[in-house]
Ligand binder design. Sequence first.
Ligand SMILES: Nc1ncnc2c1ncn2[C@@H]1O[C@H](COP(=O)(O)OP(=O)(O)OP(=O)(O)O)[C@@H](O)[C@H]1O
Length: 265
Amino acid sequence: MVINSKIATSEYILRTEQLSVFYGNFKAVRDVNLDISRNKITAFIGPSGCGKSTVLRCFNRLNDLIPGARIEGRITFEDKDIAKMDSIALRRRVGMVFQKPNPFPKSIYENIAFGARVNGYRGDMDELVERSLRQAALWNEVKDKLKQSGLSLSGGQQQRLCIARALAIEPEVLLMDEPCSALDPISTLRVEELLQELKQQYTIIIVTHNMQQAARVSDKTAFFNAQATETGSKSGYLVEYSSTEVIFKNPKQEDTRDYVSGRFG
Ligand SMILES: Nc1ncnc2c1ncn2[C@@H]1O[C@H](COP(=O)(O)OP(=O)(O)OP(=O)(O)O)[C@@H](O)[C@H]1O
């Protein structure tokens, strides 16, 4: 009997168990236990340096590329320990969009096709390029200039191109590290609208400094803070994790309340 894996999978696509992250001897983040819900948008908020990006980068093992970085604890993706997975295969399934739009210095078309080709895509490339650009709500703006450089687009369009590029690899999870911080308010709104559409198909984790954005776009919010340790250095930790409504309207922790009401950070 064939069991449908979609039915068999748990509500949580990614989980951390007692996750601590080190850069050399420095413990940047400690003891994070976090379950990421499938097809939801989870926001990471908290003051600068509390480890939001560090935790985000753990989910597709991008920290592996930083000399001296290592983790303690465990992260599972679809119930499998990611430390035991091939990192390239993991990154195909857990894509990333960075803070600053970073299109390749290639045509709009090639920005999508290049990564897909490198990842072994064998289907109809024109169809994939169109589908990815449509998913990223960019198709109508670029369909007549696919041969132009990706760098000729506006900042907001470049970021949507980078989202389209990430989607073309057909990931299951999209990690976004402050994807709107370099964008103007109108482009930000477009990306936020786009996220709502994308969550039908993808699980999204977004790091944001903009609390209104977290409140507007996310279903769940994780609030991180940093605290001085015995050695004097500051170590990040997860203060509270709940539905976005609870975090913003009725948090359990006083620190969360102070942060979301703008009293610190
Ligand atoms: N590559 C690195 N090497 C050494 N230390 C690092 C590295 N990246 C981050 N850190 C340190 O780890 C801690 C957490 O940094 P991180 O960038 O994850 O925080 P953040 O909450 O995302 O901050 P911000 O909101 O300012 O982006 C900080 O003390 C930072 O200096």
